[in-house]
Write a protein that binds this ligand. Structure first.
Ligand SMILES: Nc1nc2c(ncn2[C@@H]2O[C@H](COP(=O)(O)OP(=O)(O)OP(=O)(O)O)[C@@H](O)[C@H]2O)c(=O)[nH]1
Ligand SMILES: [Mg+2]
Length: 382
């Protein structure tokens, strides 16, 4: 793993992309040449279908022999491996809740720097400052450009009124950037994606209820980004307290009409509904983070050592970190990206285009706007 910039990744990837382009052209030409020959051949009569199929689906058993359609999966895999992909994760929560530690635990590397300001006074910022750091993580030949967007200062003031505004603004700015790239006459083959794919919201392990700031933040942000709430530092709660707290939070989310990921209305089929229902019943995950490894029964485990024993972060009997990691990385990473593109970005895009049409401006005018629209957009969300 190494720290990198967007530009570096693009320059690395460009030759691979160009090669693919050339190959595609060659393939197209071959197809065109072969076409007339095929036309001369009389079509063989189709064999009777083993079972009448009203939807017109020809299954493998009905074919004369192996065609090789499934090989498209290998092609997709090769393309993705060459191109790499982006994943942008935002962490929000009060200072000291373990945001940086958790992100580092998730990606098993130092992707988020822990605050190291020696002076406490300096550490308290008057406003929320967003900071994004990108890294390229490579595992088994698959490259991911991970961007972690930190939100220091959130919820740290005496008066936290409107402290979500800079966050809403940032998220909308990324949609606006993407929209402008899409509207370019000569648009890039691959538009750089800086849109926030997931916002992990850290709830302090108070064992009480959702606080007004939690409600206000998630209510607003749930409309524009996929929110995954977690209970931070869950090792400070007993098992009973944890269960009760989780139950209260779920009630609070429902009572306030807060939409968190995965949303029921976006389940694609019954199978996905079953998987997602299980996640929804278990949300918010009570997590523990660490940057230390310890020996347990001769094995190295990620954990937090206390006087009473070791809390194993990846052990589901100890905490729900593994569930969160599975959701964010192993099972739903692509879905988070799809929901961002197909739901949140689409909602933004439609509204922006409608706005520009209503103002009598065309698409070209929208792409030339200098960002003043972004501010009004951010405000219209609030
Ligand atoms: N008990 C416990 N402590 C934790 C956990 N995660 C992190 N910590 C500790 O909490 C302190 C703050 O952790 P950070 O990861 O820096 O917290 P942060 O939310 O990123 O803080 P800021 O960057 O200041 O906003 C550190 O001393 C961590 O070791 C946890 O799950 N349980
Ligand atoms: Mg931090």
């Amino acid at each position: 793993m190494r720290e990198d910039t967007a530009q570096e990744l693009d320059s690395e990837l460009e030759p691979a992309v160009r090669m693919e382009e050339e190959r595609e052209v060659e393939l197209q030409m071959e197809e065109e040449e072969e076409q007339p020959e095929v036309m001369k051949q009389p079509e063989p009569p189709l064999p009777p279908l083993s079972e009448p199929n009203t939807q017109g689906i020809i299954k493998g058993s009905d074919l004369f022999g192996y065609v090789g359609i499934e090989a498209v999966l290998d092609q997709m895999r090769r393309k993705t491996m060459k191109a790499g992909f982006e994943f942008n994760i935002m962490v929000v929560g009060q200072s000291g809740l373990g945001k940086s530690t958790l992100v580092n635990t998730l990606f098993k590397s130092k992707v988020s720097r822990k605050s190291c300001t020696p002076n406490y006074e300096e550490n308290i910022s008057k406003t929320v400052h967003l900071q994004s750091v990108s890294h390229i993580i490579e595992e088994k030949g698959v490259k991911m450009r991970l961007t972690v967007i930190d939100t220091p200062g959130f919820g740290d003031q005496i008066n936290n009124e409107n402290c979500w505004e800079p966050i809403v603004k940032y998220i909308n700015e990324q949609y606006e950037k993407y929209l402008k790239e899409e509207l370019h006459v000569n648009r890039k083959r691959r538009i750089p994606d800086t849109r926030v794919h997931c916002c992990v919201y850290f709830l302090p392990a108070t064992g009480h209820w959702l606080r007004p700031i939690d409600v206000e933040f998630m209510k607003r942000l749930g409309k524009i980004v996929s929110i995954v709430p977690v209970i931070a530092k869950a090792d400070t709660l007993t098992m009973e307290e944890r269960l009760e707290f989780k139950q209260r939070i779920r009630q609070g989310l429902q009572a306030n009409g807060i939409r968190v990921y995965p949303q029921k209305e976006y389940d694609e089929d019954a199978e996905e509904r079953i998987v997602n229902d299980r996640i929804r019943e278990n949300i918010p995950f009570a997590v523990v983070g660490t940057d230390k490894e310890h020996q347990v029964n001769g094995n190295k485990v990620l954990g937090r050592k206390t006087k009473w024993g070791i809390i194993e972060v990846e052990n589901v009997a100890h905490c729900e970190f593994a569930h969160l990691r599975d959701l964010l990385i192993r099972s739903h990473l692509q879905d988070l990206k799809d929901v961002t593109h197909n739901i949140h970005y689409e909602t933004y895009r439609v509204r922006r285009l409608n706005e520009s049409n209503a103002n009598g401006l065309g698409l070209s005018a929208l792409s030339l706007e200098n960002g003043t629209g972004e501010k009004s957009e951010a405000e219209s969300q609030l």
